[in-house]
Design a binder for this molecule. Structure first.
Ligand SMILES: C[S@@+](CC[C@H](N)C(=O)[O-])C[C@H]1O[C@@H](n2cnc3c(N)ncnc32)[C@H](O)[C@@H]1O
Length: 438
């Protein structure tokens, strides 16, 4: 293959196939852990490269008629000053898909993530934001932070991690971003035949827990997965939370306290106020809000996962001002679920839309912490209809946050604060806490 013409924007020329090696100038970072390059009129989504570099890359995905291909940089011709030797020997082209930025100096990883957040807000919310990605307290070198890891199991029963955009499992004997206690359980040397995965949780209190996930169709055992206790010690809130070993909890040991502190600082909840915690998990933000609004206030938490709501009931039992509802947030507001095809869509069409009778009609403050898909415009409209003075939006996907920001802006709210945290060093993921005010 001949070198490209970097400014070629026209129709793709020639064939590009998987396995071809192309030489490209690397352009800006994009959302998803890759950089943008161009090759003969095609956009190249390029992993293992850095903006400003010149690399040879092997094409990993190419479809006829598509204007983009995916590729991995395999040879660096002109290196960025921010390039480092990946600390993990399983990081690199064709290897483990878990980390995207092992080849990038840690401070620069955060600059790249900030650039992605800025770009998403500019493109999707038409807003220029000034954002710095802050380290999560306690992080030194971006390694050893992951307290929850799901290892995949290959056909011969070996535990490992999946390759990028693949079901193929790369057997590993360590994972450098995992908490040392995860690897010390010895799960990586054992035979896991009969399991499709093995979960390891190293909670902030007690011993690590190993949960084999039986092959598809089989149940996780009669009593379900074990429960762990997570201790949160922030500047503004301290508490203990029961969490199912297979349920949601922030994976970075400093993240839960950091996000609670950030949300409380942004909202400044007052005694006697009504607060909503939407997508509430095991009740982390609900507990913190309850403490702030006091016994004269009220907190309503909404979460769809049954195990999480059961854990929340236990976690919040000593806080009578909190009501934990088991419901999808869109169902609780009585709005249609996002359209999707496949199983469930018929039930969805025939479902009556009725607002949950225990959901308040007004709220002073709201915490929104949705999954990667975001809250969506219908839920944002319902949140706005509560006329809260402030909304703290905790977001694991900057694109979804930027889309929902556009809905808040349209409804007359302004983005009055935005913080971003490096809760997932070495990966492209970034967590944001945004404040919307009326
Ligand atoms: C990012 S987690 C946040 C959990 C909690 N706020 C925390 O910090 O631990 C998102 C939560 O939303 C729940 N969830 C996903 N879709 C939902 C929906 N449509 N309605 C209600 N909860 C949902 C998930 O089960 C998960 O507990």
């Amino acid at each position: 293959m001949t070198p490209n013409h970097p400014d070629a924007e026209g129709q793709p020329t020639g064939q590009v196939e998987v396995g071809d090696v192309v030489e490209v100038e690397v352009g800006p970072v994009a959302h998803g852990g890759f950089c943008i390059a161009r090759y003969e009129g095609r956009v190249v989504f390029l992993r293992h490269a850095l903006p400003g570099e010149r690399v040879r890359a092997v094409v990993t995905e190419a479809k006829e008629g598509q204007r983009f291909v995916r590729a991995d940089a395999v040879e660096v011709l002109v290196a960025s000053d921010h390039r480092v030797q990946p600390p993990c020997r399983f990081a690199g082209p064709g290897l483990c898909g878990g980390c995207d930025f092992q080849h990038v100096e840690l401070g620069h990883q955060r600059e790249l993530k900030a650039a992605v957040v800025r770009e998403q807000f500019s493109r999707l919310a038409h807003l220029d934001v000034d954002v710095v990605v802050e380290p999560v307290p306690g992080d030194v070198d971006g390694l050893g932070w992951r307290t929850r890891v799901e290892f995949a199991v290959d056909e011969s029963g070996r535990a490992g991690l999946r390759r990028h955009r693949s079901h193929s499992v790369l057997p590993v004997d360590t994972c450098l971003i995992a908490d040392d206690r995860v690897v010390a359980t010895g799960v990586l040397g054992r035979d896991w035949s009969g399991s499709q995965a093995v979960d390891v949780v190293a909670p902030s209190t007690g011993e690590p827990v190993v949960v084999p996930v039986p092959a598809a169709g089989a149940a996780v055992g009669e009593d379900g997965p074990p429960t762990v206790v997570e201790h949160v010690a922030g500047h503004r809130f301290t508490g203990d939370f029961q969490v199912s070993a297979r349920g949601f909890w922030q994976v970075h040991p400093g993240a839960a306290a950091t996000f609670v502190d950030a949300a409380l600082e942004a909202l400044a909840p007052r005694e006697g106020e009504t607060a909503l915690d939407l997508y509430s998990g095991v009740g982390l933000f609900a507990a913190a809000l309850a403490e702030s609004v006091g016994p004269g206030g009220k907190v309503v938490a909404v979460e769809s996962d049954g195990d999480a709501v059961a854990a929340a009931a236990a976690n919040l039992a000593a806080r009578p001002s909190v009501l934990a509802l088991r419901a999808r947030v869109d169902d609780a507001f009585g709005v249609a679920r996002p359209k999707r095809s496949g199983p469930g869509s018929r039930a969805q069409r025939s479902r009556k839309l009725r607002r949950h009778p225990l959901l308040p009609l007004r709220a002073d403050v709201v915490v929104l912490d949705p999954p990667r898909t975001g809250a969506g415009k219908d839920v944002v409209a319902q949140v706005v209809a509560l006329e809260p003075r402030a909304v703290a939006y905790v977001a694991c996907d900057p694109a979804a946050l930027a889309r929902d920001t556009a809905s808040f802006l349209e409804a007359g709210y302004r983005l009055s604060g935005l913080r971003a945290f490096d809760a997932f060093p070495m990966t492209h993921h970034v967590e944001c806490v945004a404040l919307f005010e009326r």
